[in-house]
Design a protein around this ligand. Structure first.
Ligand code: PEP
Ligand code: MN
Length: 357
């Protein structure tokens, strides 16, 4: 059980939803200041900007580095906003805290790496500052790793803690850049009571068109706020341009969101239902994937003039899966019914493929 402190003392900032906004990356002093001013004019209180950018491949824009911390400071002086940036190493923590950054966040690649997490936690502890830290979910859907990252910070004395749900990497093409897998952050909230969890619709969707709907889903699931990428000229952004919106568009999106009444007694029931909805969506994706693979098997059988049904295969498949299901605590009759239905549909599709001209 973590004994957490509020992220901020400022009463304005304890109101739901908390909104952090700003460019993916700090690019130039003008871009940071112009964006910050426009965001502040819409009432946003916390400015984000990436100063060091973790890039998948070398050669991309890796952030301006320390110089950009001065621009954040200037933006803070001009607008009164608090400032937030991503840290991944001891040197980042030292530089960010030295220049007065008010809130640190840990990126998804860092929270997946216990060595880096420990280094960051130790560096914050060594600073002696009581800085709030938000931990993004690790790139892989591993709740224990996410909780472990939070615990490393907690054990280093960081008690102003929060989490950011930014979705999970998946191979192949999907509607989302990073799959939300909503049941994972929901389970995090159950496991770490009192932990503020905010949503990052920009990195989940990867497209500006998806920000509003993802944000509304997050609110409906009781998230505490958002971190959203906003740039004064999104199409010219040096990183993540397709998912950034202008401060004006951000204001419009935030105004369309509907805040549901939190105090209703059925809230936990609703949360569980949302969890079920999310798991069912994953079930559909997995079933669809299975159908596509069995379609390929159908194609192979057609090309090699093999019969659709192979003796023995069905019983092997059934008995192994039914046994496993039983070990997991599900009834064998239930599993037989499900597998029979799935198998029947795969065979029907394969017969269609084999007979196609
Ligand atoms: C970011 O917030 O710009 C970022 C790099 O995010 P993530 O760690 O979620 O990929
Ligand atoms: Mn980004």
């Amino acid at each position: 059980m973590l004994n957490l402190k509020p992220l901020f003392d400022d009463i304005e900032l304890t109101r739901r939803p908390l909104v952090i906004a700003g460019p993916c990356s700090a690019e130039t002093e003008e871009q940071v200041i112009e964006t910050a001013k426009a965001l502040a004019a819409t009432g946003i209180k916390i400015l984000r900007a990436g100063v060091w950018k973790p890039r998948t491949k070398p050669g991309g824009f890796e952030g301006v580095g320390v110089e950009a911390l001065g621009w954040m400071k200037r933006a803070k002086e001009l607008t009164g906003m608090l400032t937030a940036t991503e840290v991944a190493t001891r040197a980042h923590v030292e530089a960010a805290l030295e220049s007065g950054i008010d809130l640190l966040w840990i990126g998804a690649r860092t929270s997946a790496n216990p060595f880096a997490m420990q280094e960051v936690a130790d560096a914050i502890e060594a600073s002696g500052l009581d800085v709030p830290v938000l931990v993004k979910n690790p790139v892989n859907p591993d709740l224990e790793l996410w909780i472990g990252a939070l615990e490393r910070l907690y054990n280093a004395g960081v008690h102003r803690l929060g989490a950011i749900h930014r979705g999970f990497s998946a191979y192949g093409k999907h509607l989302y850049r990073n799959l939300p897998q909503w049941h994972i952050p929901i389970e995090l909230r159950r496991r770490v009571p009192g932990l503020p969890v905010i949503n990052d619709p920009s990195h989940i969707g990867g497209k500006r068109e998806l920000i509003a709907s993802i944000s509304q889903q997050a609110l409906d699931m009781g998230f505490d706020g958002f971190i959203i990428e906003s740039h004064c000229d999104p199409d010219q952004a040096w990183s993540d341009k397709s998912q950034q919106v202008t401060p004006e568009v951000l204001e419009f999106i935030l105004n369309t969101l509907v805040l549901r009444d939190e105090s209703c007694t059925t809230e936990s029931l609703q949360l569980l239902r949302k969890q079920v909805d999310s798991i069912d969506n994953e079930l559909l994706e997995i079933l669809n994937k299975r159908m596509r693979v069995t379609d390929e098997i159908g194609q192979f059988k057609k090309e090699h003039r093999m019969p659709v049904i192979q003796a023995g295969r069905y019983e092997d498949l059934m008995s192994g899966r039914v046994k496993l299901a039983q070990e997991m605590g599900m009834s064998p009759e239930f599993m037989r019914k499900i597998l029979a239905a799935i198998h029947e549909e795969s065979v029907r599709r394969q017969v269609e493929i084999v007979n196609r001209r």
